[in-house]
Design a protein around this ligand. Structure first.
Ligand code: FE
Length: 248
C-alpha cells in the first residue's frame, strides 16, 4: 500500500500488488475524506478479498460510501456484486454500461445502488469534498470517466497513462518510461481525436499527479506535464491502421 497524498482530513492510497498470475497488473485506489471513503476500480473476484482487508487498514470499512467504476472492463468491475453485498455503498458507472454489468452477476436487491453516470459527468460528494467525475470517452472505453480529486489535485486517469511491465510504482525517468506505455496506448486508444479532447480538458485542471489504473504513477506536476506533452504528440488506434482489415 502506497500513500500518495495525505493531510489532516484527506488521504489517497494505492494498491499495486494485489493482482497475480495471468491477470493484467492493476492498481486499486482509495480516497478518504473525513470519515467517508471511496474505492476506485476495485477489480475482479481474486482482488476483492485482499482489497477489502486493505481498506480496513486505511479506514473502518463501514466508512465506505462510494464505489467508482471508470468503465465496464472485468479488471474494473467484475467484483461489483461482492462490494455491494458487503457494504451499503453507492456505486457509479457510465449509463452506457448499466445493462451489461448484470452479466457479471449483480443481485436484484443491490442493483439499485449502481447509479448511471450521465455522459457529461457528475460530482460525487465525499465527506464534503466534491470529487469530479470527468468524461473521458473513448479513452479507451466508449463510456469512460476519470476522477479529479481537487483536494489532492490528482487526476485518476483510468487506462490513460497505463503502463505494462515496469517494476516500479512511481515514474522517475519519463523518457525511459515511454516504452512501457507506448504499446498499450497505440492499440487500446481508438484515435487521436479522443486524446486531443483529453489534452484540452486536462489543461483546465490544476494537476499535481496523474494516477492511472495500470502501472506507475506520475506523481509531480512536472511528470504530469511531460505525460500530457507525450500524449499530445501520439498517434494511436485507427490513425495507425490501413484502409481495410486483413482477412485471414
Ligand atoms: Fe479497460
Amino acid at each position: 500500500m502506497l500513500t500518495i497524498f495525505e493531510n489532516a482530513e484527506h488521504k489517497n492510497v494505492m494498491f499495486s500488488d494485489l493482482t497475480s498470475g495471468h491477470m493484467v497488473q492493476a492498481n486499486q485506489h482509495i480516497i478518504v475524506h473525513n470519515d467517508e471513503a471511496m474505492v476506485l476500480d476495485p477489480g475482479g473476484h481474486k482482488v476483492y478479498s485482499k482489497l477489502f482487508s486493505g481498506l480496513s487498514d486505511v479506514t473502518p470499512s463501514k466508512n465506505l460510501k462510494h464505489i467508482f467504476f471508470s468503465h465496464q472492463d472485468p479488471d474494473i468491475i467484475a467484483s461489483a456484486n461482492a462490494w455491494l453485498m458487503i457494504s451499503k455503498a453507492d456505486a457509479y458507472l457510465s449509463e452506457l454500461w448499466m445493462r451489461f454489468i448484470p452479466h457479471f452477476g449483480v443481485d436484484e436487491f443491490v442493483i439499485s445502488r449502481i447509479h448511471p453516470i450521465p455522459d457529461e459527468g457528475m460530482i460525487i460528494e465525499l465527506g464534503g469534498a466534491p470529487i469530479k467525475v470527468i468524461p473521458a470517452h473513448f479513452l479507451h472505453s466508449s463510456g469512460n470517466f476519470q476522477l479529479y480529486d481537487p483536494v489532492a489535485k490528482i487526476l485518476y486517469s483510468g487506462d490513460l497513462g497505463a503502463s505494462i511491465g515496469a517494476d516500479y510504482d512511481v515514474v522517475k525517468d519519463f523518457d525511459e518510461h515511454i516504452k512501457f506505455m507506448e504499446g498499450f496506448h497505440k492499440r487500446y486508444i481508438p484515435c487521436k481525436r479522443a486524446l486531443d479532447m483529453w489534452v484540452n480538458t486536462a489543461a483546465k485542471l490544476d494537476i499535481d499527479m496523474i494516477v492511472p489504473q495500470h502501472g506507475a504513477i506520475l506523481d509531480t506536476p512536472k511528470m504530469s506535464s511531460l505525460f500530457i506533452d507525450w500524449i499530445s504528440n501520439l498517434s494511436c488506434g485507427l490513425d495507425l491502421m490501413g484502409d481495410s482489415f486483413p482477412i485471414p
